[in-house]
Design a protein around this ligand. Sequence first.
Ligand SMILES: Nc1ncnc2c1ncn2[C@@H]1O[C@H](COP(=O)(O)OP(=O)(O)OP(=O)(O)O)[C@@H](O)[C@H]1O
Ligand SMILES: [Mg+2]
Length: 311
Amino acid sequence: MWIVSVINYKGGVGKTTTTANLAAELAWRGQRVLLIDLDPQASLTFSLVTPDEWERDLAASKTIKSWFDAFMNKSTGALTDLVVTPRRAAAVLRGKGKLDLIASHLGLINVDLELATELGGATLKQSKLNYLKVHRRLADGLSQIADDSYDIVLIDCPPNFNVVTKTAIVASDFVLIPAKPDYLSTLGIDYLQRNLNELVESYNEYANLEGTAGVARISPEILGIVFTMVQIYGGQPIAAIRPFIAKTKKLGTHVFDAHIRENKTIFGDAPQIGLPVVLHRYSSGTHNDVVLGLEEFVDQFQARLAHWSPA
Ligand SMILES: Nc1ncnc2c1ncn2[C@@H]1O[C@H](COP(=O)(O)OP(=O)(O)OP(=O)(O)O)[C@@H](O)[C@H]1O
Ligand SMILES: [Mg+2]
């Protein structure tokens, strides 16, 4: 079971859209996928379940917020108790693969603050131990999910680099970075990579401390950068954005050749329909082109993962 976090501290770059479509396409291909919505905005959640369903079935005790809360109140709870199977996607998948979800909650925003208060300690050593404990919270929770119950866990992160996002990275084998091909996003990717490296370095330094013998080091790999909302003309990204794609390729991190096309209508309607774009019925050529791009990205995503798979 691979664990992949979808991150970019920049907002509105297509993290949630990428996560939802990647998950749905993998499920369509027969994979068992667990989605975790770690963003208090709950966009992924509301792209798959209706607000009514969420309010009735999930809000009170079946979101990732209740799980973090239970931890802080020292009560036990298993992540698996929170898993739901969104109805509308399941109806389209009809038994192909699995598309499950652990939903989010607007109140998750407070969890970040509460976790941050748990970080201190009376001594330097104690604060380092607390650092490990807090950052391992999601990793420990996920370790209770049987390795053979899902092929992949995809975590949709909020647009920040706060503690909750860090718990996702610590739990992950890989991170996937959706990005827009524009000037500020290109600058941001470099900064994001530095933040990631710093997190891994601090965590591993603390994991090496005496008294933390049981804590494994982490080495989340950047699986790659995928460009989203790409404007196409004549089958190619438009001239205005090509320099940003070229510049990003020079950063040394893998950049997927496939990209996600811009189409405000098709992507904008998807959450209300409750289905990622790859699961829509369609007849137009434009829609077909968008889906082909998504499928090509998923081909390349799977090829990258296969690269790390044990023979
Ligand atoms: N390929 C696309 N073409 C056009 N619009 C898109 C595309 N992908 C996403 N969008 C739209 O852009 C907005 C942001 O997308 P999305 O929610 O996926 O980004 P995000 O990075 O998860 O945002 P946040 O940082 O708020 O979590 C949404 O309104 C979505 O419908
Ligand atoms: Mg999002």
